[in-house]
Design a protein around this ligand. Structure first.
Ligand SMILES: O=C(O)CCCC[C@@H]1SC[C@@H]2NC(=O)N[C@@H]21
Length: 186
């Protein structure tokens, strides 16, 4: 129990720390940020529930006004802004990423983590982001979706980093890979 809380707090802090890496805000107001890598890692390393809780903890602190998002941003208003869809999607993205790593036990952990990060960290995150942007920017779903192209190159780099880091932890400290400590039914 205490171990879980410590890991959840640690990964909320990790995502916040990734916000210290300078962001690049695109013309339509959404930044390219290293924090989306943190969302993937929450899922691949902590698993579904703990990963989602770590992201929710971070978002709670952001909603309370702590400047923990890239560029030192915080406040409830962000959830109603152009990046609000992404923020709402982040815990679900971490959950889906973690669920895939928990359930898919065969093959290379690096490959499983990369695929889980693509599905959770890219598809799920982008889906929520596209809907949020379409509402706030008053664009169609397809117009918003087209804007996502700018995030794809960075997204590919991030899923590879998430896969390699998760693989390295699986090798060096298997007990710390909580996503694989969950017992699945035979
Ligand atoms: O800081 C915020 O307000 C949230 C930013 C969300 C940015 C999204 S996450 C997926 C995609 N990849 C990026 O690097 N940026 C966008």
């Amino acid at each position: 129990m205490e171990k879980n809380i410590a890991y959840i707090a640690l990964f909320a802090a990790l995502v916040a720390a990734l916000g210290l890496i300078p962001k690049l805000t695109l013309g339509f107001g959404v930044p390219i940020t290293a924090q989306s890598l943190g969302i993937m890692l929450c899922g691949t390393i902590l698993g579904a529930k703990r990963g989602a809780l770590a992201v929710l903890l971070l978002l709670l602190l952001v909603a309370m006004g702590l400047p923990l998002l890239a560029g030192g941003r915080g406040g409830l208003g962000l959830f109603f802004g152009v990046t609000g869809g992404f923020l709402i999607g982040w815990p679900i993205a971490a959950y889906v990423t973690g669920l895939i790593v928990e359930k898919w036990r065969t093959g290379s952990i690096v490959l499983v983590s990369v695929i889980a990060s693509i599905i959770g960290g890219i598809f799920v995150t982008y889906l929520f982001g596209i809907v949020g942007m379409a509402i706030v920017l008053e664009k169609t779903f397809l117009e918003s979706a087209a804007l996502m192209i700018a995030f794809i190159p960075g997204g590919i780099v991030k899923v590879i980093i998430a896969g390699l880091l998760t693989g390295a932890i699986a090798k060096a400290r298997p007990a710390s890979l909580l996503s694989r400590q969950i017992k699945t039914k035979p």
